[in-house]
Design a protein around this ligand. Structure first.
Ligand code: NAG
Ligand code: NAG
Ligand code: NAG
Length: 240
């Protein structure tokens, strides 16, 4: 397991570490457990591969953050999509927005409550696909929100990838009257195949200059037939 010394110190002191990248607003301190088939985001910023993140993760959160009657939504975005042409400003891409999550009766090994939804949208999961030519790993932020009863988002709002580029979380939250995220997490994926063994970065390195490479992440086929046992991999699941 990989810990930066500051994370270790924070853990020893019981200090709440931000789960969101440095400088990201809103900053979130509560951890969203994000679990892919074969691996979990064990520490914020953990470096994962494209293969590991190829299908939608399962999510779980501390039981006191949710209740049995609440409805929740999951949002995931890439903060580091290269700018277009000579524009060096990186852009946000909405990778997933899934509504209809409810607390299940299952807990993962950390004691967190597994959240489940039968809904695939309104924005179906797009697997991370940072360009192989990019200069840095991309940061992928995941957030859990309480879902407003009158949320008015449609799959057609996000039907094609171009409608997801430049996703503005602040205005989305304001427009849809979302409260602050209940929990969050983030991981990183490096487009360079050789980067698989690089340790996790803290996300505090700021925004390096973009390459002029076009965004090459494509909307890959999404697999929602996730068997729970398979998805949770080695994580122990205990029904309560
Ligand atoms: C359950 O949580 C939801 C979302 O945070 C909240 O809107 C609702 O009031 C809560 N219900 C109870 C009974 O606490
Ligand atoms: C560069 O891209 C950013 C983000 O998409 C945009 O806000 C800005 O207007 C662009 N600048 C130019 C000169 O096109
Ligand atoms: C994840 O597991 C599901 C079944 O449990 C499988 O269908 C899917 O292909 C797996 N995805 C990856 C990326 O391994």
């Amino acid at each position: 397991m990989y810990f930066t010394s500051s994370l270790l110190v924070a853990a020893l002191l019981g200090v709440a570490q931000a789960q969101t990248p440095s400088g990201f607003k809103p900053e979130v301190k509560a951890k969203l457990d994000v679990m892919f088939n074969s691996t979990a985001v064990s520490a914020p910023g953990k470096l994962l591969t494209k293969a590991e993140t190829g299908s939608q993760p399962q999510i779980a959160v501390a039981g006191n953050a949710v209740n049995g009657s609440g409805m929740y939504m999951f949002v995931m975005m890439d903060l580091d999509v290269p700018g277009q042409g000579t524009n060096t400003t990186r852009r946000v891409l909405l990778h997933a927005m899934n509504t209809g999550f409810k607390a299940s009766s299952q807990k993962i090994s950390s004691g967190s409550t597994l959240l489940t939804s039968t809904e695939k949208g309104p924005a179906a999961y797009i697997a991370p696909g940072p360009p192989a030519t990019d200069t840095m790993p991309h940061r992928y932020v995941e957030m859990l929100f309480a879902q407003p009863d009158d949320l008015a988002v449609k799959a057609t709002d996000f039907a094609d990838t171009s409608a997801r580029i430049g996703f503005d979380l602040d205005s989305f939250m304001t427009k849809n009257k979302l409260g602050m995220p209940l929990a969050a997490n983030f991981f990183t994926v490096d487009g360079k195949a050789s980067a698989a063994s690089t340790p996790a970065r803290s996300g505090s390195a700021g925004m390096p200059k973009s390459t002029a490479a076009p965004f090459t992440g494509s909307a890959r086929a999404v697999d929602f037939s996730l068997g729970l046992a398979g998805v949770l991999g080695g994580l122990v699941v205990a029904a309560i």
